[in-house]
Design a protein around this ligand. Sequence first.
Ligand SMILES: Cc1cc2nc3c(=O)[nH]c(=O)nc-3n(C[C@H](O)[C@H](O)[C@H](O)COP(=O)(O)OP(=O)(O)OC[C@H]3O[C@@H](n4cnc5c(N)ncnc54)[C@H](O)[C@@H]3O)c2cc1C
Length: 595
Amino acid sequence: MGQKDSVGAPANDRASVQKLRTRRHAQVLIIGGGINGVGTFRDLALQGVDVALVERGDYCQGASGASSHMIHGGIRYLENGEFRLVQESVTERNRLLRIAPHYVKPLQTTIPIFSTFSGVLAAPMRFLTHKQGKHTERGAFLIKLGLSMYDFFSRDGGTVPRHQFRGRKRALAELPRLHPGIKYAATYFDASVHNPERLTLDVLQDGEKAGGADSHARASNYVSLVSLGGSGTPGTPGTPGTPGTTVQLRDELTGEVFDFTADVVVNTTGAWVDLTNEAMGAASSFMGGTKGSHIVLDHPELLAACNGREIFFEHTDGRIVLIYPMGDRVLVGTTDVDADMAQDAVCTEAEIDYFFDLIGHVFPDIPVGRDQIVYSFSGVRPLPKHDATQPGFVSRDYRIERRAAADGAVLSLVGGKWTTFRALAEHLSNDVLAELGMERKVSTAKLAIGGGAGFPDSEDGVQRWIKAHMSAGRDAARVTGLLTRYGTRAEEVIRFLDGAAAGEPDRLLHSTRELSTRELEFMAAHEQIGHLVDVLIRRTSLAFRGLVTGELLNEVAEILSGPLGWDAARRASEISHAQEVLQRFHGVRVHSLVA
Ligand SMILES: Cc1cc2nc3c(=O)[nH]c(=O)nc-3n(C[C@H](O)[C@H](O)[C@H](O)COP(=O)(O)OP(=O)(O)OC[C@H]3O[C@@H](n4cnc5c(N)ncnc54)[C@H](O)[C@@H]3O)c2cc1C
C-alpha cells in the first residue's frame, strides 16, 4: 500500500529510467526517495561513488511529505532521556538554517502552560525507569527545565535566541485569544521547513549534479524494487555473473521490468523497510510505524490569533500537538497511532474531531468548521518496532541494520527524522564507504543546498534580489513567487523563461497567477514530473493551500501534454488520477471541467 500515484498509463521514454537501464550496475543502489534516501544519495555522489536511487512513487511522497514541517531539536525527547538525539537535532536545525535558508526558517514557538508543578515526578520517573506510567500534565517547572536544557544544547549555534518565560498577564497581552485559564507561556525558537518537497528535490539535484557528465549519480522516481533479480537477459550488466546483489526493478509508468546490480543495497524505504527486505528474500521485523495526520485550515481568525507563532502544547491526552501558520493557512496536527501497513494512511473523521478539540483547548472562543479545511494529509513515521502503549514515547532516534548478502551487503535504515537527515546521510554514507573500502572526501556540514546557495541573508537583501530580477513581463509578485519556490535556483528558471523569446512567449496561467506556461515546461524538462498530481502537491504548494480548481487541472494538464507527450486519453486519465489522489488522500474534492 502507500502506492498513491500509480495510474498504470503508458509514459514517454523517461531519461531518468534510461540512465538506469543503459548501465545496470552501480556500486550502491538506494531504494526509497524520501529525504533520508535522497540525502544519502547526495552525500555518496559527493564522495565520487557510483550511486543509483529508485523511488516507487514521486520523491517525498511518503513520511517525508507528511511531516509537521518542523525542523526541531525535539524538546519533548528530553523527558525520554534522548540527549544524543536532541543535541544532534539542535545542531542540525542550526545547520539547516544556514545551508538551506531558502526553505528552512526560524519558527517562534509558544507553549501555553496551565499548571506549575504537574509532571515534575512523572517525567523523571519515565526517564529513570523507562516505564510509561499514567499520564500527568507537564507543568511550568518541568517545561522551564526542559527549555533550559534546550538552550544549553543550542549554545554554540548562535542561530536562535534563548527561551523566555511569561506570566499569565504578559502572555495574554501577546496572544489575547489564548485560553484565559493559562498560568504561563514559554516562548522559544525552533525552525520550520515550508517546502519539504522542494527541499528534497534540491538535495536530489545536488546529488545528480555531483555525479557530473558521466552520470555516476542517477535517480528515477516511479521505479520500484519488486524482488530479487536474476531473470534478465544473460550477458547484460545487471544479471547473474555481475558481482553484487541483483534486484528486479519495475518502471511504474510503463510496467517494464529490468534487473539491476549493486555491491551495496541501501534500504531507505521508511515504514516499508521490512516489506522491501521481504521482497529481497530476507524478511526482517525492524519497523513499528505510527500514523500521523494533519489538517490545513483557511481560517483568518485562527491565523491572526497565532500571531506568527507556532502554538505547541500538550493536549488533554498528553500528546504534544501543534497549531501554526504556514503562509496564509493554519496547519494543525498531529496524531500518533500504530499503523497498519496494509491500509492507506488517510486522515479520518475521528482525527478531525480530535484536531477541533485541541484547537478549542487553547483558543476556546474561536469556532472551527469542516468547511474551513482546505487540505489534509497523513503519513507513517518510520519508527522502530516497539511495545510502547503510548506511541509518543517511542524513540525517534535511528539505527542502521547490516545484512551480508551473497556478494555484498544490504544496509537498512530504521528510523530517522526530517531534521537530522543530513547527519544521518553522513552516517549511513560512512558505513557504505567502509563497505566499499573508500574514504570520505567531502563533508556536507557547511555545503549550501540547491537554491540556498547565495540566498540573501536579510529582508533588505531579499528585496534587492527581487528588484534585480524584475523585467518588463515580470513584476515583483512574480519574482517573489519564484524566489520562494526555488530559492536562488530561480535564476536558472528565469533564464529558461526568458529563452521563450524566440518561440511562444511566456504567459501566466489563466487559472492561477502563480505559474506560467514556460515554468511548467521547465518542470517537465528538469524535475521528473511523472503525473499531473506531482505538480499540484510536490512541485508547487497549490494543493496544500486549497487552490486546485477544475480549471487549473485542465490548464496544467494541457500545458504539460506537449513536453511530456501526453495524448488526449492520457491527459484525461491524468486529470481523473489527480482528482482521485486529492480526494482519497487529501480530502479535497475538485470538480472536473472535462466531459
Ligand atoms: C505525521 C508525521 C509528522 C512528522 N513530523 C516531523 C517533524 O515535524 N519534524 C521531523 O524532523 N520529522 C517529522 N516526522 C518524521 C519524518 O517525516 C520522517 O521520519 C522522515 O521523513 C522519514 O524519511 P525517510 O526517507 O526515511 O522515509 P519516507 O519519506 O517514508 O521515504 C521512504 C520512501 O520509500 C519508498 N518506497 C517504499 N517501498 C519502495 C520500493 N519497494 N521501491 C522503491 N521505493 C519504495 C516510498 O514510496 C517512500 O517515498 C514526521 C512524520 C510523520 C509521519
